[in-house]
Design a protein around this ligand. Structure first.
Ligand code: ADP
Ligand code: MG
Length: 453
């Protein structure tokens, strides 16, 4: 299985040599595909275009973003800084006319008392949603494993899946509408790029279409990026049509210079994927406000069916804003912490609080404004299944695992006209049940392939 993964290009740089591609290893993955109920899988695909519309609508709704994030930005400095850039860019007036969204909506199958499973959204990632590249190659690995096990029939049921291609088609569309043959696509990447091969899968799809790609860090932009009189973005003398962020979603990504670089990019005419408004649309606070009765209807007027499909995926979400409503749910969670997850406004895994820790933190902040920087969510309880998690240098053992399904969405808008709106493929990540939190990059979850049942 490991050889097959290496052969297929399911790769990551190593922790020891995170800056070099001389010695690399396989990205962690499951030995076997995991069962996913077909009806829920289809449901997740069917709602993706609705989520694309919703995120795009939120990103254009200043009043909603302002109101929703008002309490959060008083206490959460990171969201506040993003918000300040957002306001600054709006005040100056947008130079950008083409908009590109790449997101991934993540779900777990919640197992009810009666044994039936329901699709429940965990979150939607509107910036730097990763693993669309590597997951385009994992199905081949699992197909081979099943064949070796004599499961040829089962192997033939594994679905084709190529998010890398879908994401690249969105980037290519945005590049084309930007309208300059000479202009390049810039991947904005982190200082440490262990997951570079995932990005290369998307990058190669663009080279295949004869679109030039450059990879730069905020630091490079600060030092050598510039805008011309009509706010066209230049990097080392090359015009940039699209900026695809694989960076910039956590406070640690920013120092003062990086914030300045971010502002420069946002002010530019280049297509940002995502623009700052769309990044804000992906905050946990926005997710929680969407679950309030009436909010979806306001954001998507005249689309009752889309609203119904979206709402059907929501778990219980609760505001911890100051006031009676927040007091009440905080008290409920302190009394019964295992029913909930406590989430700050952070991305990238490992930030949420559960169980006893949730109780202690909430106890401490329940009467302070800090409470407002969190939201509460019902805990989803998927049915565990046995699998082997293959990870370099770790012993092989069967573990009780749970899975999280992600659907990639991509859309392009030119002015007010949506010219592309698609589901672009899926990602299944699986982890041992003893880990409450954390993704593949965080070293907790591993890549998997859905086996529909
Ligand atoms: P992040 O932005 O850090 O990825 P998530 O909301 O995706 O934040 O939470 C991280 C992880 O925590 C998820 O991948 C999932 O494993 C777990 N998790 C999040 N919300 C819930 C929930 N409501 N019920 C159960 N597990 C959850
Ligand atoms: Mg997540």
């Amino acid at each position: 299985a490991v050889d097959a993964a290496l052969l297929a290009g399911v790769l990551m740089r190593t922790g020891e040599q995170p800056h070099a591609s001389d010695v690399v290893n396989y990205a962690p993955f499951t030995l076997l595909p995991s069962a996913v109920p077909r009806a829920l899988f289809d449901q997740a695909y069917a709602v993706q275009q609705d989520f694309n519309l919703l995120v795009d609508a939120i990103s254009q709704n200043k009043e909603f973003l302002e109101q929703t994030l008002a309490s959060t930005i008083k206490v959460d400095d990171f969201t506040a800084r993003l918000f300040r850039i957002y306001m600054q860019v709006l005040e100056e007036g947008l130079a950008q006319t083409v908009f590109l969204g790449i997101n991934r909506s993540d779900y777990m199958c919640d197992c009810g008392q009666d044994g039936t499973a329901a699709l429940r959204q965990i979150e939607i990632n509107t910036i730097a949603a990763s693993f669309g590249g590597l997951t385009s190659r994992t199905a081949d690995v699992h197909r081979l494993v099943l064949k070796v096990l004599g499961k040829t029939e089962e192997a033939s049921h594994l679905l084709p899946n190529n998010p890398a291609k879908g994401l690249a088609s969105g980037i290519a569309k945005a590049w084309e509408l930007y309208g300059s043959q000479r202009a390049v696509v810039m991947f904005l990447v982190e200082e440490v790029q262990r997951n570079i091969f995932d990005q290369r899968c998307v990058e190669n799809e663009l080279w295949n279409r004869n679109i030039r790609v450059i990879r730069k860090r905020f630091r490079d932009v600060f030092e050598r990026g510039s805008l011309d009189g009509s706010r066209r973005l230049y990097m080392d003398g090359q015009e940039v049509a699209v900026v695809y962020y694989r960076e910039g979603y956590v406070p640690q990504n920013y120092d003062q210079q990086n914030w300045e670089a971010r502002l420069l990019l946002e002010r530019s005419r280049a297509v940002k994927c995502p623009d700052i408004a769309t990044q804000l649309a992906g905050t946990k606070k926005v997710q929680q406000e969407l679950s309030r009765p009436g909010t979806l209807e306001e954001l998507l007027p005249g689309r009752p069916e889309a609203v119904a499909r979206i709402r059907a995926t929501f778990a219980g979400l609760y505001s911890l804003d100051e006031g009676e409503e927040g007091d009440r749910i905080a008290a409920t969670a302190i009394a019964d912490p295992d029913r909930f997850v406590l989430k700050p406004q952070r991305e990238g895994g490992g930030n949420n609080l559960y169980g006893e820790e949730l109780r202690q933190v909430l106890e401490k902040i329940k009467d302070s404004p800090e409470r407002t920087s969190y939201i509460l969510m019902d805990k989803i309880k998927p049915q565990p299944a046995l699998n082997y998690l293959l990870r370099a240098h770790s012993p092989l053992q069967a573990s009780e695992c749970i899975s999280e399904l992600g659907i990639f969405g991509v859309y392009v808008r030119q002015g007010q006209e949506l010219v592309l709106n698609q589901a672009a493929g899926h990602l299944l990540r699986t982890k041992a049940i003893e880990h409450a939190d954390g993704g593949v990059a965080a070293g907790v979850a591993v890549l998997d392939t859905p086996y529909l049942v």
